[in-house]
Write a protein that binds this ligand. Structure first.
Ligand SMILES: Nc1ncnc2c1ncn2[C@@H]1O[C@H](COP(=O)(O)OP(=O)(O)OP(=O)(O)O)[C@@H](O)[C@H]1O
Length: 588
């Protein structure tokens, strides 16, 4: 589950229009306070009008004033609704953008715990609830004008009736407090369960082929909907709390009004109040005790606060900070891992000390599944920082480099590249520096992608959503993008896993012909890839077991076992095991 980590370095506060002005919020406050003032003034004016009508049969200006107040309240209420909508929309968009920026700027493996469903819920439902809170808060503040103003006006009309209403207010305040407290807990649990269902649903959608193949649709449906019971219970509890608050206030408020009317009646009987005063006093008692409006606004504020916590968790995800140094110009790309340790969930997942890869060399990173290959690749290109030790490129620590130096000199290619929805050419060209059309084509040629791109309906200008690509073709576009932007270090993490051996070999040959080959770190699962590398970094259970050439390592049964080659070649005592044969199609 996502947590905010206040001590961690955080993404810089966004200052790109993601902080809406307080204008709409202030207008909501102003208009709703105005509407409240009009509501408070009405009983007094109405009482006065009634008295004049009863006495003289003509209320003169007072009648016009009554109508004006009624219309004014109506107009102010409409303006409040209009600016509430604007305020909520502005804040929702801002909160969403900030959470999204935080997520995209986060250290990638920290974002690993976010499931798509959970992120989706936070960015949609939770952001909308959080965005509604500022307007609700403004309206709630303004709603205080009504009871306070009504009580003051009541005191002016008759102090005894006011005292009677005042005596009942603490009970109403307690009802509201209990409502706010209990609702806060239920709302947080409700939002969490909502995101749990969304996560499960998206997981299921991601695995539709597996579910169909295994015939487990019914089981999957049960799994996705399992938290539904809890959601219903939590939803029921929230409605119950709301209902209880309304029920309690529904008893208290009429009792209070009844008591105020009784006291007012006695005062009229004793001649201390007029009939118009009684009318005003009853209405003021009603306004003072009008807890229903406050309860729903309070509910929105509480819901918004819980939701804001959930969007803030995305916004404040730990991000990398950058230094101020550049790299020495024309450096060869020497890579060194010094005393590197990476710890996750209390477990050491990588230890690498004294690993040096000379500039221009190709190093294969090999090891069994879970050995730490991707972690090493991420540390080497500073997608993550090690918990201890340093990575140096041409003698400069990566964490001291500027963001620009880091991203223009180190390129990555991944197993499943995210290519966006632009055209094929745009997908390849997107990166830290502008790339010409010719460079795009050269990169595509090197990645073995030019051929299939030309066969697409509009060639390089085919929009990706209209390009039916196979897994290998998709991967080749990712490779082309990495080649187009490669600086002195290129890291390929399983980036050729979907290519056939011949294409993979072609890609390797093209890279070697590149005018500026640079250093390459390739996560490899095939012995042929390791065999073509200048040296191999062999990982075992998170530790570097050896850095040597594939030829030398192949003599070791444990090394051969990494590739699933067990025993056979080592069977002749003293004989040096043969290298595995290159697949026929891989030979130049
Ligand atoms: N953010 C993380 N939180 C917890 N554990 C992690 C994290 N990142 C990596 N690990 C753990 O570190 C170990 C090494 O992971 P890594 O992805 O580097 O393996 P790998 O050698 O690339 O495996 P494969 O060949 O299967 O892709 C794994 O046990 C993995 O679960």
């Amino acid at each position: 589950m996502l947590r905010t980590e206040p001590s961690a370095r955080q993404a810089p506060a966004a200052d790109d229009g993601t902080r809406p002005g307080r204008g709409p919020e202030l207008l909501v406050l102003l208009f709703s306070a105005g509407a409240a003032v009009a509501a408070v003034a009405q009983p007094f004016v109405l009482g006065r009008t009634l008295d004049l009508l009863l006495r003289d049969g003509d209320a003169g200006r007072w009648l016009t004033l009554t109508a004006g107040l009624l219309l004014g309240e109506l107009l102010l209420d409409s303006l409040t609704s209009l600016f509430t909508g604007r305020c909520s929309a502005g804040w929702t968009a801002a909160i969403r953008l900030r959470a999204f920026a935080g997520l995209l700027g986060a250290v990638p493996d920290r974002a690993r715990g976010c499931t798509p469903g959970d992120v989706g819920t936070r960015l949609t439902l939770n952001a909308a609830d959080a965005g509604s809170a500022p307007a609700a808060r403004a309206a709630l503040t303004a709603s205080l004008v009504t009871p306070v103003g009504a009580l003051a006006a009541l005191a002016v009309v008759d102090v005894w009736v006011a005292a009677c209403v005042l005596a009942g207010l603490p009970a109403l305040a307690l009802v509201l407090r209990a409502f706010a407290r209990d609702t806060g807990t239920s709302v947080a649990a409700y939002q969490h369960t909502q995101s749990e269902i969304a996560s499960r649903l998206l997981e299921a959608l991601d695995g539709t082929a597996t579910i169909a193949a295994a015939g487990t649709a019914a089981r999957e449906r049960r799994r996705v909907l399992a938290p539904l019971g809890e959601l219903a219970t939590l939803g029921g509890r929230m409605w119950a709390l709301h209902g209880r608050a309304l029920g309690r206030s529904g008893v208290l408020v009429p009792l209070l009004i009844l008591a105020a009317t009784a006291v007012g009646g006695l005062r009229v009987a004793s001649g201390a109040m007029t009939v118009g005063d009684l009318l005003a006093a009853c209405r003021y008692a009603q306004l003072t005790a009008g807890v229903g409006v406050a309860a729903s606004l309070l509910g929105a504020v509480v819901r918004g606060r819980a939701a804001r916590g959930r969007t803030l968790a995305l916004e404040r995800m730990p991000a990398l900070s950058y230094g101020t140094r550049g790299l020495p110009p024309d450096g060869p790309g020497d890579l060194e891992l010094r005393g590197v340790r990476v710890v996750r969930d209390g477990r050491e997942v990588l230890r690498a000390d004294g690993v040096r890869i000379p500039g221009g060399a190709t190093a294969a990173v090999v090891g069994r599944s879970g050995a730490g290959k991707s972690v090493l690749a991420a540390v080497a290109g500073r997608l993550i920082d090690p918990d201890e030790g340093h990575v140096l490129l041409d003698g400069v620590r990566l964490d001291r480099l500027t963001r620009e130096a880091l991203r223009t000199e180190i390129a990555f290619a991944f197993e499943r590249p995210a290519l966006g929805e632009g055209t094929v050419a745009e997908a390849v060209a997107t990166g830290p520096r502008p790339v010409s059309r010719e460079e795009v084509r050269q990169a595509a040629l090197a990645a073995g992608a030019d051929g299939f791109i030309r066969r697409l309906p509009r060639g390089y200008d085919t929009p990706l959503p209209a390009a039916p690509l196979s897994g290998g073709e998709h991967q080749r576009l990712g490779l082309a993008r990495a080649f187009a932007h490669a600086g002195r270090l290129l890291i390929m993490d399983d980036a050729t896993s979907s290519l056939d051996t011949a294409t993979e070999h072609e890609v390797d040959r093209a890279l070697r012909r590149s005018p500026r080959p640079g250093t390459r770190l390739v996560v490899a699962h095939r012995p042929s890839v390791a065999g073509r590398a200048d040296l191999v970094v062999w990982l075992e259970e998170g530790k570097v077991r050896s850095v040597a050439s594939h030829r030398d390592l192949w003599t070791l049964p444990d090394y051969r076992a990494v590739f699933g080659v067990v025993g056979v070649e080592a069977s002749a005592p003293g004989a040096k095991p043969a290298l595995p044969p290159e697949p026929e199609e891989a030979r130049p």
